[in-house]
Design a binder for this molecule. Structure first.
Ligand SMILES: Cc1cc2nc3c(=O)[nH]c(=O)nc-3n(C[C@H](O)[C@H](O)[C@H](O)COP(=O)(O)O)c2cc1C
Length: 134
């Protein structure tokens, strides 16, 4: 949630588990993206792992110059970060550290709540969306 009280977000592939105790994750965000300035002052963020039928959601959150939450159902999590229903997994995180790394910043979050459901994840590899078969 931004200081403008509007939700902001972007598609990332840089989501990584960092630590189990405490349970820490990170996302790496490009300083040139419009999302960066919102993350720079935020106290929390949420991560959503997309299912293989949610390519449209990934493209929506990667397209520049769009109100990405427009018309989308979401609710605030315990940290205040926006949670979108119907994804494969979600993590509600408090930002506990920021580490500058070249032209990106690593936003380290402590997971306050996580949920998941069964399904196949959407995969992005070699500039294309892929599906895991089997
Ligand atoms: C599959 C995929 C993965 C991406 N991963 C990242 C990422 O890890 N970090 C990042 O800053 N941008 C990433 N991007 C780019 C952003 O989603 C977005 O397009 C970019 O930030 C421009 O939007 P903005 O300036 O409005 O934030 C990714 C885009 C795609 C399609």
């Amino acid at each position: 949630m931004g200081t403008d009280h509007q939700p902001h977000g972007l598609t990332v592939s840089s989501f990584t588990i960092v630590s189990w105790h405490p349970h820490l994750v990170l996302v790496s965000i490009d300083h040139r993206s419009t999302s960066y300035r919102h993350f720079a002052v935020a106290n929390s963020y949420s991560i959503h792992v997309l299912g293989d039928e949610q390519e449209d959601l990934s493209m929506r959150f990667a397209r520049p110059g769009e109100d990405r939450f427009s018309g989308l159902a979401w609710t605030p999590g315990s940290t205040g970060a926006p949670l979108i229903p119907g994804t494969l997994a979600d993590f509600d995180c408090a930002i506990v550290d920021r580490v500058n790394a070249g032209d990106h910043t690593l936003f380290i979050g402590e997971v306050k709540r996580a949920a998941s459901r069964e399904g196949r994840p959407l995969v992005y590899f070699n500039r294309a969306y892929r599906r895991i078969s089997g």
